[in-house]
Design a protein around this ligand. Structure first.
Ligand SMILES: Nc1nc2c(ncn2[C@@H]2O[C@H](COP(=O)(O)OP(=O)(O)OP(=O)(O)O)[C@@H](O)[C@H]2O)c(=O)[nH]1
Ligand SMILES: [Mg+2]
Ligand SMILES: [Zn+2]
Length: 348
């Protein structure tokens, strides 16, 4: 068996060991991707950090990302990708039919929003949908609590059923012990640029690992200081992934994530008189009644509709595209296989 003491600090568990055991190849060792750089990556291996190559041609290991568990061979080339227990996906920026994996094998997502600027509830809901869909547990953190006059924590709690929300300050340390106690396994910080993700990451790590930068004075927007998704071991167990500020966050196949984010609306809707109620003032509509009574905000219903519509549109579009793409990949694979046979026959 491989000596995995070093890997434990990078999140190696019995479960990962079990997955690894089922795919052991001669001369390979397990490794965790710490950071990706196009065709190469930094990995943690049983003997320490290393640099590894990622073969692009191998469809199975393309699309690697920070947090992935892989096997690497004696030449430091990534050979296999271990099954992911979670993956944070968004629709790719280029609008291709593939989702982009932001981080893999994440247990807790820390959704960061600066409390000293306008807190955008719609964006928090969007990040919640992305997180629930990924299989990780969300925590909403209102950062820079020291600089905020009043912190809308109750409003945030109301939009995050099933998740915890708290105010923290990396500057004063307020809320950091409570937060630390809530973190579990691999933690990823997400949120817009300037939300204070890297500053909070450094505070949790207990050292200045990640670069930080002041926000623009005029509009409090960040300067996209962080450019890599990078994983580090936390001092008291677990690991942490800092990520670049999200510009747009397109949802990727997030129907379940949306349902969980808006579980309050879903359960109201279950009480509407008509099964196909559109909640537009139909008789016996429990959702409209909740809006009239002030129990549910119109903003939240609008946000729910917007995300559901966007998701449906994306799903319809990718179905067709995926089909075409699969056909193409298949043709490429057959071509490569034929080429392989030819080369083998030539060698004979
Ligand atoms: N007052 C105060 N300022 C903070 C706090 N946390 C972060 N900041 C400031 O907010 C600014 C942005 O912080 P970063 O940590 O660089 O933000 P980020 O979310 O990592 O930004 P990107 O890397 O661009 O995505 C810096 O000037 C920090 O000093 C805090 O708790 N209190
Ligand atoms: Mg940063
Ligand atoms: Zn209804």
């Amino acid at each position: 068996m491989v000596e995995n003491d070093l890997l434990v600090s990078y999140g190696w568990t019995e479960t990962v060991a079990g997955e690894y055991a089922s795919m052991i190849e001669d001369g390979c060792v397990p490794a965790r991707v710490i950071r990706m750089d196009r065709s190469e990556c930094d990995v943690a291996t049983p003997t320490g950090p290393a640099r590894a190559r990622c073969p692009r041609a191998d469809a199975e290991v393309s699309g690697l990302c920070t947090g992935d568990w892989v096997t690497i061979d004696a030449e430091s080339t990534v050979r296999q990708l271990l099954p992911r227990r979670s993956a944070i996906m968004r629709s790719s920026v280029s609008g291709r039919s593939q989702g982009q994996v932001l981080a893999a094998n994440v247990d807790t997502v820390l959704i960061c929003t600066a409390a000293d600027a306008d807190v955008d509830l719609n964006r928090i809901e969007r990040m919640l949908a992305l997180t629930w869909e990924s299989n990780a547990q969300p925590i909403v953190a209102l950062t820079k609590a020291d600089a905020a006059e009043d912190i809308p924590i109750e409003e945030v709690r109301a939009v995050a059923p099933g998740a915890s929300a708290l105010a923290v300050s990396a500057s004063s340390g307020a809320g950091l012990d409570v937060l630390t106690a809530m973190l579990d396994g691999t933690v990823a910080l997400i949120g817009p640029s300037g939300a204070g993700k890297s500053t909070l990451a450094n505070a949790l790590l207990g050292q200045e690992v990640f670069a930080t930068n002041a926000v623009r004075a005029a509009d409090k927007k960040g300067r996209h200081t962080t450019v890599h998704r990078e994983l580090r071991p936390l001092p008291n167990g677990g690991t942490l992934i800092d990520t670049p500020g999200l510009r747009g966050i397109g949802l990727w196949d997030a129907a379940e994530g949306i349902e969980k984010t808006f579980s309050d609306i879903e359960s109201l809707a279950a009480r509407c008189r008509f099964g196909d109620c559109a909640h537009n003032g139909e008789p016996g509509c429990a959702v409209s009644a909740a809006i009239d009574s002030g129990e549910l905000a119109q903003r939240r219903l609008d946000s729910y509709r917007k995300l559901a519509k966007e998701n449906a549109w994306m799903a319809a579009r990718t179905d067709k595209r995926l089909e075409a793409e699969r056909k193409r990949e298949w043709r490429v694979m057959i071509k490569q296989q034929r080429q392989g046979y030819r080369e083998r026959d030539n060698r004979r």
